[in-house]
Write a protein that binds this ligand. Structure first.
Ligand SMILES: NC(=O)c1ccc[n+]([C@@H]2O[C@H](COP(=O)([O-])OP(=O)(O)OC[C@H]3O[C@@H](n4cnc5c(N)ncnc54)[C@H](OP(=O)(O)O)[C@@H]3O)[C@@H](O)[C@H]2O)c1
Length: 393
């Protein structure tokens, strides 16, 4: 019997909860907790089988510990915000419960994400006899599993990886982000960074770009950014000589972003306004559409995958693996757009593999450290089928 506690009732939380509810063989009992109870209730109302809901401030470890002791889950799926990763991991250590998330920790007052903070929990999780699975969304998450699959099935050594994330969908809003606006804009406005020949090379934000012809979508301009899976993939596959991450943006999106940046609306330092301290980016988040409401009428597809170059049996090899996801199809299934869907489904799959014991360990792990086969099979089964092709090296 397994009970799962899902924390965070946003766009991703809605998908994870519904996908877990579709698999009662593993997820026998589900509790959804978040800061705003009404959001948990709205998700609960969409699910045919009974689930429990609870209110929690996940910034508060003591409150989390009380909730966990009441609920007694086997696993916590953290789909709140990256700011809550460490408080939830602390509560897991105190209560001896396993942990999974989709985004690595970043401090609220500094737009800088890296795995060190969470990797530093490894020995404590190991001593406590529990497991943490980090970054189990799509990117990071499936992209890491794609690389593990490529390393296991198709390469003796992987040398060059380009992770390419294209959202060619149209939600009908002049400007909206597909996941939490605050986290998304912090990520996109950071300096770019990529790894080459043992060094991290920084670039001006969104200054490096090129065109790629995405399957079923066509040519799109994509921009080099830093993304967290680069850090763990370089660590876990030491043969990598270069790894880069690319994301597509429309001209409309970039124009809005530039204007917002130029007028200071993306800043994270508080500004004194009429007697109150206001963080401009948090205020902007309050004005922008909630990502969980974007699904209705969203048209088009996402295509996220990895282009990998390396060698097999002494021969050069070039290989592309990707998933296509359709916004309208996701909405029909779970009332969500494809970015929430492509994050929530892998979180459910990772949780399933942990609870069934197919992925097990004591300590803190990234997804590429486990056998990719059951995860790859589950992607096909639970709504994210993948394609792979070999190209002329
Ligand atoms: N790996 C990937 O591929 C990937 C892709 C997209 C997103 N993500 C990650 O997925 C996570 C969720 O994204 P989303 O789009 O679902 O965001 P969202 O719609 O903003 O939802 C976040 C949820 O967390 C809740 N929350 C925030 N602070 C909390 C706190 N202190 N205590 C309890 N609950 C709290 C929010 O509650 P309120 O409603 O009260 O604010 C909201 O329900 C983010 O960490 C994001 O970075 C990962």
């Amino acid at each position: 019997m397994h009970k799962v506690l899902i924390i965070g009732a946003g766009g991703v939380g809605g998908v994870v909860t519904q996908k877990c509810a579709q698999a009662p063989d593993v997820f026998n009992e589900i509790v959804l907790a978040s800061r705003t109870p009404a959001k948990c209730e709205a998700i609960k109302a969409r699910i045919a089988r009974p689930i429990e809901t609870a209110q929690v401030d996940a910034d508060n470890t003591a409150e989390l510990v009380t909730l966990i002791r009441n609920v007694k889950p086997s696993l916590i799926i953290n789909v709140a915000l990256p700011y809550q990763d460490l408080t939830i991991m602390d509560a897991c250590l105190e209560t001896g419960v396993n942990y999974l998330d989709t985004a690595n920790y970043e401090p609220p007052d500094e737009a800088r994400f890296c795995y060190k903070w969470q990797w530093d929990y490894h020995d404590r999780f190991k001593e406590r006899g529990i497991m943490a699975l980090l970054g189990c969304g799509f990117d990071p998450g499936v992209t890491n599993v794609f690389c593990a699959h490529a390393a296991q099935q198709h390469f003796d050594e992987m040398h060059d990886i380009d992770i390419m994330d294209c959202n060619a969908g149209d939600h009908g809003h002049p400007f909206a982000t597909n996941f939490n606006p605050e986290i998304n804009i912090r990520e996109i406005t950071q300096r770019g960074k990529y790894y080459q020949d043992g060094q991290w090379i920084e670039t001006e934000p969104l200054s490096v770009h090129k065109t790629f012809d995405f399957p079923q979508i066509g040519p799109r301009q994509m921009y080099l950014m830093y993304h967290e899976e680069e850090e763990s993939l370089v660590k876990n596959f030491p043969s990598i000589k270069r790894i880069r991450f690319w994301m597509t943006f429309s001209r409309e999106y970039l124009t809005h972003l530039r204007v917002l940046q130029n007028v200071g609306m993306t800043g994270i330092d508080p500004v004194r306004f009429e007697g109150h301290d206001i963080v401009p980016l948090k205020f902007l988040k309050a004005l922008l559409p909630d990502p969980s409401t974007l699904g209705a009428g969203y048209q088009g597809k996402t295509c996220i995958g990895c282009m990998i170059k390396g060698v097999k049996n002494g021969q050069s090899r070039k290989y592309y693996i990707y998933n296509i996801c359709d916004h309208a199809q996701c909405y029909r299934e779970v009332n969500a757009q494809a970015v929430s869907y492509t994050t929530g489904v892998p979180a459910m799959i990772g949780a399933r593999l942990m609870l069934s014991g197919q992925w097990s360990g004591k300590g803190v792990f990234n997804v590429e450290e486990f056998d990719p086969r059951p995860f790859m099979d589950s992607l096909n089964k639970y709504g994210l089928p993948w394609q792979e092709i070999f190209l002329e090296p």
